[in-house]
Design a protein around this ligand. Structure first.
Ligand SMILES: [Zn+2]
Length: 422
C-alpha cells in the first residue's frame, strides 16, 4: 500500500516501517529561527536551546494524514502500560521511560550546537500544523510530544511523524504496541524512531542513500544506534558543533582550551576521521567538530609547558558515500579550511597555512617557547567541514645563539606571507 502524497499535510513527515512510501513534502524552515530560551533572530550555524515536553493525555491532535484518528493524545498512558509506570504521579521525570526520551535529546546535544531542557509545563493547546505555536519558558515547550492512533501496526505503517521548525511537535502512533514495547538494546526501536523524528524536528529532511546507514533515511533501522555521520553533519550545518554552545569559540577570548602541551600529542575531531567509507557511529562518540560555514571561525588555545619544535596539523575528514543521488558525496571535500597560529595576545600572527583546495591538509611547523598560543581555523567555502586538528612536538633545546630566536624569525617571515585576522 502506498500512501497518497496528497494526504500529506504541509511540513509533516513520516517514518515508515517495512513499507515503501514515496514521500514528497513541502519543507518548512531548515532550522529553528526562534525558541523559548533564545528568542528570535536565530540563523544558520547558531547554537540553539530547545525545550521539550509531553502533552497531557486528553490533549487534542488535529490529524495530519488521511485515516489518522482524531482521538486525543493517550501517549502517557500508552507508555505507562507498555514501558512501565514506576510510582506514577504527575512528575513524568520519575517514569521509567522518561530517560529513554531524555537520552535522545542528550545525544543530539552531544554531537551538535543544540542543547535541550525538559519543560514540565504544557499549555494544553491542540497539536495542529495550521497554527505556529511558540514555546514559552515555564508555560509550554518548543517541542511537544503527543501520541494517538495513526494507522494501526500492520501494512504500510507509520510509526510517528514530526513537524519541522519552528513547529517541531511529534505525534507517535500508539497503535504500535509490539514495536514500541520491545525493550531490546534499551528500547533501540523506540529510541531510533525518536531520534529520527526529532531529526525532522530540528529541520533535517529525509536523506536517500543506498547504504541504509543513516538515521534520516525514511525507513526505521535498528542495525545502528542514533545519529550517524550524515545525520551529525546535517545537524552541524544548521547548529554548528558542540563547541558553539555557551558563547562558542569564535574569538580568541573564548577559545576552546586544549590544555597544557607537555610533549604528548593533542588530537581532536577524531570521530569524523573514519577514513573514506562510512563506519557506524557509536552512541558514545562525541568528538565531531567542524567549521559550519564561511563565517564560522574556531579558536583553539594551547599552552606549552616548555620549548618545543611544534607541528600543528589540520586535516579535513569524513567519508565518501551515496547522498541524495550523488554517489561520490564526500564529507572531506566540503570546504577549504585554513589555519593560523597566533601569539599569546590572540592577534599577532606567528604563522599560517592556507593551501588551496578541498580536502588539502594544512600544517605549521615552528619552534615555540613555553607560553600560550592560539590556533585559528576558518573556512573559505559556505559549507560545513569536519576537521581533525593535531598538535605534536618534541623538546627543543636552545643552542648558543638561541634556536628560539631563529624560531621567532621564521615565524615573522612566514607571518608576512599572509595575515588573516577575521
Ligand atoms: Zn522521517
Amino acid at each position: 500500500m502506498l500512501r497518497p502524497v496528497s494526504a500529506l499535510t504541509k511540513s509533516a513527515l513520516v517514518l515508515v516501517l517495512f513499507a515503501a512510501l514515496n514521500v514528497s513534502v513541502t519543507f518548512g524552515q531548515s532550522r529553528w529561527g526562534q525558541t523559548a530560551t533564545n528568542g528570535s533572530g536565530l540563523g544558520l550555524g547558531d547554537a540553539t536551546e530547545i525545550t521539550w515536553g509531553f502533552v497531557s493525555d486528553g490533549t487534542a491532535i488535529t490529524p495530519a494524514y488521511s485515516g489518522e484518528s482524531s482521538d486525543a493524545s493517550d501517549l502517557v498512558s500508552f507508555l505507562d502500560m507498555n514501558l512501565g509506570s514506576g510510582a506514577g504521579g504527575s512528575d513524568l521525570t520519575n517514569r521509567p521511560w522518561f530517560s529513554v526520551f531524555d537520552s535522545i535529546f542528550d545525544r543530539w546535544d552531544a554531537v551538535s550546537g543544540l542543547s535541550f531542557s525538559y519543560e514540565a509545563n504544557d499549555s494544553g493547546q491542540r497539536i495542529d500544523n495550521t497554527i505556529s505555536p511558540r514555546g514559552q519558558l515555564g508555560v509550554v515547550a518548543d517541542v511537544r510530544i503527543a501520541g494517538h492512533s495513526i494507522d494501526g501496526q500492520t501494512g504500510s505503517n507509520t510509526l510517528a511523524y514530526n513537524y519541522f521548525p519552528d513547529h517541531g511537535d511529534m505525534v507517535i502512533d500508539t497503535d504500535n504496541v509490539s514495536f514500541y514495547s520491545n525493550s531490546s538494546n534499551n528500547y533501540l526501536g523506540l529510541r531510533n524512531v525518536l531520534a529520527h523524528e526529532f531529526g525532522h524536528g530540528m529541520g533535517l529532511p529525509h536523506v536517500t542513500a543506498n547504504d541504509s546507514r543513516q538515521l534520516m533515511e525514511a525507513f526505521v533501522n535498528t542495525t545502528f544506534d542514533g545519529p550517524q555521520i550524515d545525520d551529525i553533519h546535517q545537524a552541524q550545518v544548521r547548529y554548528g558543533d558542540n563547541w558553539e554552545e555557551n558563547g562558542g569559540n569564535d574569538t580568541f577570548s573564548v577559545a576552546t582550551d586544549l590544555g597544557i602541551f607537555d610533549g604528548t600529542e593533542i588530537l581532536i575531531g577524531t570521530d569524523a576521521n573514519m577514513g573514506s567509507t562510512v563506519v557506524e557511529v557509536d552512541p558514545d562518540q562525541v568528538d565531531f567538530i567542524s567549521i559550519d560555514n564561511g563565517t564560522d571561525v574556531d579558536f583553539l588555545k594551547i599552552t606549552l609547558d616548555s620549548i618545543y619544535d611544534m607541528s600543528f596539523a589540520l586535516d579535513m575528514v569524513g567519508p565518501t558515500y551515496d547522498h541524495d543521488g550523488d554517489s561520490s558525496y564526500s564529507l572531506a571535500n566540503q570546504s577549504d579550511l585554513d589555519m593560523v597560529l597566533l601569539a599569546s595576545d590572540g592577534t599577532t600572527v606567528l604563522g599560517d597555512s592556507n593551501n588551496a583546495g578541498l580536502g588539502v591538509s594544512e600544517q605549521i611547523d615552528m619552534i615555540l617557547e613555553a607560553g600560550t598560543y592560539y590556533v585559528q581555523i576558518l573556512g573559505n567555502n559556505d559549507a560545513t567541514q569536519f576537521y581533525q586538528f593535531g598538535a605534536s612536538g618534541f623538546s627543543a633545546v636552545p643552542e648558543p645563539g638561541s634556536m628560539v630566536a631563529l624560531g621567532v624569525l621564521g615565524a615573522l617571515l612566514v607571518g608576512r606571507r599572509r595575515r588573516i585576522v577575521r
